[in-house]
Design a protein around this ligand. Sequence first.
Ligand SMILES: *[C@@H]1O[C@H](CO)[C@@H](O)[C@H](O)[C@H]1NC(C)=O
Ligand SMILES: *[C@@H]1O[C@H](CO)[C@@H](O)[C@H](O)[C@H]1NC(C)=O
Length: 178
Amino acid sequence: MHSIYARVNGISALWSTCVMVLLGAVALSSFLFNADPKGNLDIVSLKVFHSKTRRYPFRNEEIGFVKFNLSADFTPLFNWNTKQLFVYLEAEYTSPQGVNNTVVIWDRIVRRKEDATIDIVQKDKYKLRDLSGSFSNVHAAQYSLKYNVMPYVGVLTYGEAARTVEAIDFPDARDSVS
Ligand SMILES: *[C@@H]1O[C@H](CO)[C@@H](O)[C@H](O)[C@H]1NC(C)=O
Ligand SMILES: *[C@@H]1O[C@H](CO)[C@@H](O)[C@H](O)[C@H]1NC(C)=O
């Protein structure tokens, strides 16, 4: 009896060691794939509107509407240890208080290599809002296309695939719909 237990124990210890070594090798192999995909990003239009929300009728908030043109090929990021990609578009600006803000205005999860080529001209998914409620004191924003690679084994990696060449000014807010 005792010897059977000892043997099963020994085999499972060996098995665990093998699995650990294998997982370690898979995780390390990710560093061999140093793909650095680059794409194009243009802001087609940026409009700012006053919005009097029904919920906060006395709060006159400004909301930015961004239309962008984006193309990038993320297929090189897909290898045997790639579970999925998280791709997102960020607006970056410095508030009058000197704080750097980043706001995600669009994102997409890419699960298959076949879907990793992105070529779109469209409007933001999440509206651009500032905590202060206004963009009148913010001069301009830069926009960047970023990605996270989620592996099956190992650590998340980050990258930037595109960035607007120049900062884009916020226009004056216009009146509009709520
Ligand atoms: C989007 O960008 C691509 C390349 O940067 C350009 O060829 C295309 O004409 C642009 N499309 C629009 C609608 O601006
Ligand atoms: C904000 O970003 C600018 C440009 O990237 C940088 O020079 C500055 O140090 C940043 N400020 C803070 C408070 O992080």
